[in-house]
Design a protein around this ligand. Structure first.
Ligand code: DGJ
Length: 571
């Protein structure tokens, strides 16, 4: 730097510091802060917990739809077909308000909204960002943050959101091929033309977001593509894919494996060990000849393609970026039954090696063992964000609260949030409101099990006990006269002082014992807190039947409660 450049840079810094001081506005854009046992998303210099909701795919397919309060663009009721979200039914939802008011009523603080390649680049090189403007306008009016979902080359394993000029030009943008069907409507991850065109469009989007949002910071993270991977075969069978499959495994991947050998995910470790941990050779020579080798190969190529796209975007505007996975379920356990190549835990290392510019991988949890998925995604100390899950079954509200309290999650977001009527299904909104109220304490105590724990109880596991400070804290299914009266319960307990606890959740009884055998623990006071028209106020001082004659904290059997407790010791 020359001395005049130095002078300029110091003046600019002083200008921004002064601006920050006088306006209270931060100049830093959202970023991930990694510490030893937690990663937090920092927005405007403070940890931000995402209480999100993902819009159904086509909500942002019309600006009018997004803004209308009802007619002629009503929101649809959801339908469940074989346990999945069906197409919109013909029934409209009884909610008169724009999708943004709906988010406000649901206490959602972040909307995950599709921004597709076809929307922003309908003709090659000609960009139209009106949908981005509309999304940000609606969100800002309600003080809601936004996570754009970049539906570029892929969305749920297919390429339905690529512009028509990409779809039609299959020579320039070749398709993947499967053994059974030949060419399929999936852009090949081996097409560098497609990769470059996607990256150009994504970079243009990020440049635009920077221009209109870096001083507002409504956009806090970005999802790159959506549930990628190839369905119907364990790998692409195109000529270029076959050629690459017989090539040497890239050195970058081998170097990563060697460096991280001890902490590789178990499935990959095993696969590599099955050939004697070879350090050079083709994919089959290094990983053997099974469909799992196809999966590793495909994952590498999706990861490197998407890293290229993400990096092009980050070069324009460096927001945190993540990818999401269609998980593998028991009914379709093999690659191709689920999209092969997607960011699953078993290939987490391949994604880390191939996509170092992608900040983390995340699960869309619609089934299987929720806790198992959270454990797999947080193994190796990785952060957890759940961009899609159910809200239709109440147990998922429990799971989300558990993820918030137990996994230091960056946040959660049920899918199809625009189909949740806050009037008819208040549980999610109640949970979000309670967490929002306690969010300062939650953010402060993330990663510290002595200060914050979460519990998820069932008939098989009716109680759990934790040491918190000088107490053993027991959370148990709601019971009366020695009999459990519920089949599940969930909540978060935060120790806010030596003898003070804030508790939220449902259907559990919480009791305290001293860890010092010479002392006993008693319940001093219990106060309930209530959400009164959006403001949290102190409710009743609880006692008698409501605290089991002073012996515990009773969370409500219906809905989510917040109670604050002061404990004491006696002899
Ligand atoms: C997962 C996808 O990522 C979403 O975009 C949506 O299609 C849901 N599945 C529908 O259940």
């Amino acid at each position: 730097m020359t001395s005049s450049e130095k002078y300029f840079s110091i003046s600019v810094n002083i200008f921004f510091l002064t601006l920050t001081f006088y306006t209270g506005l931060s100049q830093t854009i959202p970023y991930l802060k990694k510490e030893l046992n937690k990663t937090q998303l920092i927005v405007d210099d403070k940890p931000f917990l995402i209480l999100g909701g993902e819009f159904s795919n086509s909500v942002s397919g019309s600006i009018n739809h997004m803004y209308s309060t009802s007619k002629p663009y009503p929101r649809k009721k959801y339908t469940m077909v074989n346990g999945s979200l069906g197409n919109d039914s013909s029934k409209n939802m009884d909610y008169d308000g724009s999708v943004w008011s709906q988010m406000e009523d649901l206490n959602v603080n972040t909307a995950l909204v599709a921004i597709s390649w076809e929307m922003i680049e309908p003709e090659e090189g000609k960009f139209d960002f009106s949908i981005v403007d509309a999304v940000l306008k609606g969100a800002r009016e309600k003080n809601i943050k936004v996570i754009p979902l970049w539906f570029g080359s892929w969305k749920n394993g297919m390429s339905s959101y690529t512009p028509l000029w990409v779809k039609k030009d299959y020579k320039r943008f070749p398709r993947s091929k499967t053994k059974k069907s030949g060419s399929v409507e999936v852009v090949s991850p081996f097409s560098m033309e497609a990769r470059n065109a996607d990256a150009k469009a994504f970079a243009a989007l990020m440049k635009y977001i920077k221009k209109i949002d870096s001083s507002h910071r409504t956009v806090i993270m970005v999802q790159v593509e959506n549930e990628v991977g190839l369905l119907g075969d364990s790998r692409d069978r195109s000529t270029i894919a076959n050629k690459l499959f017989n090539n040497e495994v890239p050195k970058d991947l081998i170097d990563y494996l060697v460096k991280n050998e001890k902490k590789l995910m178990p499935q990959l470790k095993e696969l590599w060990a099955s050939t004697g941990n070879k350090k050079s050779g083709s994919w089959s020579q290094i990983f053997g000849s099974s469909v799992w080798t196809d999966l590793v190969f495909t994952s590498w190529h999706y990861a490197t393609y998407m890293n290229y796209v993400a990096k092009a975007g980050k070069n324009e505007y460096n927001l945190p970026m993540f990818v999401n996975a269609w998980l593998e379920y028991e009914d379709r356990p093999n690659p191709g039954g689920f999209p092969t190549g997607g960011p699953l835990p078993r290939v987490k290392d391949i994604w880390k090696a191939g996509a170092p510019d992608i900040d983390f991988i995340s699960p869309d949890i619609y089934g299987g063992d929720f806790v198992k998925w959270c454990n797999a995604y947080t193994s190796q100390g990785d952060p957890l964000f759940i961009p899609e899950t159910w809200w239709t079954k109440p147990e998922y509200v429990a799971y989300m609260l558990y993820a918030i309290g137990n996994y230091n999650t960056l946040g959660v977001a049920p899918f199809g949030i625009d189909r949740v009527n806050p009037k008819e299904e208040p549980l999610l909104a109640e949970m979000y409101s309670a967490v929002n109220y306690l969010s300062k304490d939650i953010n402060k105590n993330q990663g510290n099990k002595d200060k914050m724990i979460a519990f998820l109880l069932s008939s098989e596991k009716p109680f759990v006990e934790f040491k918190m400070g000088k107490y053993m804290v027991k959370a148990e299914l709601y019971k009366r006269r020695g009999t459990y009266r519920v089949e599940d319960a969930y909540g978060i307990i935060i120790r806010t002082g030596d003898n003070e606890f804030s508790i939220t959740g449902s259907k559990a009884v919480i009791s305290f014992e001293s860890i010092n055998e010479k002392e006993k623990a008693g319940i001093g006071t219990v106060d309930e807190y209530i959400d009164y028209e959006g403001n949290w106020i102190k409710g009743r001082r609880l006692g008698g039947d409501e605290t089991n004659r002073g012996r515990g904290v009773f969370l409500p059997v219906e809905g989510i409660g917040v109670q604050k407790v002061i404990t004491y010791k006696y002899k």
